[in-house]
Design a protein around this ligand. Structure first.
Ligand code: ADP
Ligand code: MG
Ligand code: ZN
Length: 414
């Protein structure tokens, strides 16, 4: 007999094969187990609950932190002919009522909700009368209060396993350090969960770090080497994104800025231009990226140090999703370290939180300063072992330097 999950994969989503991890996760959920799935950005986490949702029938609840993400997912599912709905604050009352009618009538297979909406007493009571077969918590690292993406609304989700006993829950995240993983497992599952950590390597992304000197010039020369390709440039401040974008524009590069201080319309316009045109450089703060799925991003360039190796990993994961050669390039200077330390100290947070944040920063600095294969360090941090990759600056610099000048340049650049 044909495997029902493969049939759904093919008939509904049009894919012949599961990607690494998707089948194992699906299998575990169909067997009624809770799962914590840790997979890189772009690995295909959505199908890990969408396929089982359709095999199981009934209703699957999907918790997602951002309205925009929910809308995208629901739109994509509907295009594939799947009965998906969302009830959220951006829809008018009539649309929400209509969605609820479909849910209550058993027509909806996947219902997307923000955590604060799901966890209201009235919503939980209404849902308890329905045939809930699966619960998916997307971007589950938001539950970890030690993490950089902590959301208070996610804390409430720890009650789900008691409210819906017997319903398998899947938590999904791309953030995989041990502490966050343990935290998610403890909060959502009281530790009783099958953890599947899968496939962190993105071998097509070349990793490189360069001493920061004149960031504008360094950025321009990098971008010019990738002329005509789409790329994302991350900057620490809103002001800098605008300055950098203007500088690139002045030098003949099609560049747009994106940060949370811009109007919603301006942000949307720039995001749309980036998504639909090719060869546009998006110069952004970390406000840009969650849920962005553009396969042909050729590079991610960091003009400043990210806050942690997890953040770095998530951000560079937006490059090369089409599997083509891509690049992650970062400028690194001592001033960045001071700045990051100040950020941590300025935060209104408990001492323990700050201690961990400094620790995460130390790990990232170690990655920047290593002379070893960067991919080994990166994957090692996420619990994977690897041989030297041959596709990072350190591996590529292993070739003996016959002429003293090139060597001196490398030594002095460090
Ligand atoms: P994630 O949430 O892990 O970042 P998504 O679920 O958004 O990733 O999936 C990323 C992309 O991979 C999507 O365009 C999706 O259609 C594609 N994808 C997922 N699973 C498969 C598969 N088995 N075969 C081919 N493409 C897939
Ligand atoms: Mg996702
Ligand atoms: Zn390497």
């Amino acid at each position: 007999a044909e495997d029902p999950k493969r049939r759904v994969l093919k008939d509904v989503f049009g894919f012949d094969d599961f990607r690494p991890g998707q089948d194992a996760v699906t299998e575990a959920l169909l067997a009624g187990r809770h799962v914590l799935a840790v997979m890189p950005t772009g690995a295909g986490k959505s199908l890990c609950y969408q396929v089982p949702a359709l095999v199981l029938g009934g209703l699957t609840i999907v918790v997602s932190p951002l309205v925009a993400l929910m809308q995208d997912q629901v739109a994509a599912l509907r295009l594939a002919g799947v009965a998906a709905d969302t009830i959220n604050s951006s829809l008018d009352r009539d649309a929400n009522v209509a969605a609820w009618r479909r849910v209550a009538a058993g027509q909806t297979r996947l219902l997307y909700l923000a955590p604060e909406r799901l966890m209201t007493a009235r919503m939980l009571e209404a849902l308890a009368r329905l045939d809930i077969r699966l619960i998916a918590v997307d971007e589950a690292h938001c539950i970890s209060q030690w993490g950089p993406a902590f959301r208070r609304e996610y804390e409430e989700l720890s009650r789900l396993r008691d409210i819906f006993p017997g319903v398998p829950i899947i938590a999904l995240t791309a953030t995989a350090d041990e502490a966050t993983r343990t935290d998610i497992a403890a909060q959502l599952f009281a530790g009783r969960v099958e953890s599947l950590v899968l496939g962190f390597d993105r071998p097509n992304i070349k990793l490189g770090i360069e001493a920061k000197q004149d960031s504008k010039r360094q950025l321009l020369s990098f971008v010019e080497r990738h002329a005509g390709r789409s790329g994302i440039v991350y900057c620490l401040s809103r002001k800098k994104t605008e300055e950098m974008a203007a500088f690139l524009e002045k030098n003949g590069v099609r560049a747009l800025a994106y940060h949370a201080g811009m109007s919603k319309d301006a942000r949307e316009a720039n995001q749309n231009a980036f998504m639909t045109l090719s060869g546009v450089v998006m110069v952004a703060t970390i406000a840009f990226g969650m849920g962005i799925d553009k396969p042909d991003v050729a590079y991610v360039f960091h003009t400043d140090l990210p806050g942690s190796l997890e953040a770095y990993y998530q951000e560079i994961g937006r490059a090369g999703r089409d599997g083509r050669a891509a690049e992650a390039h970062m400028l690194f200077g001592l001033g960045d370290i001071r700045m990051r330390r100040l950020f941590i100290e300025d935060e209104d947070a408990p001492a323990e939180h700050k201690r961990r944040a400094h620790g995460r920063l130390d790990t990232l600095i170690g990655y920047c300063e290593t002379a070893q294969c960067r991919r080994q360090i990166l994957l090692g941090y996420f619990g994977e072992t690897a041989v030297p990759c041959g596709n990072c600056d350190n591996c590529l610099d292993q070739t003996p330097h016959a002429d003293g000048e090139a060597e001196a340049r490398i030594i002095l650049a460090a």
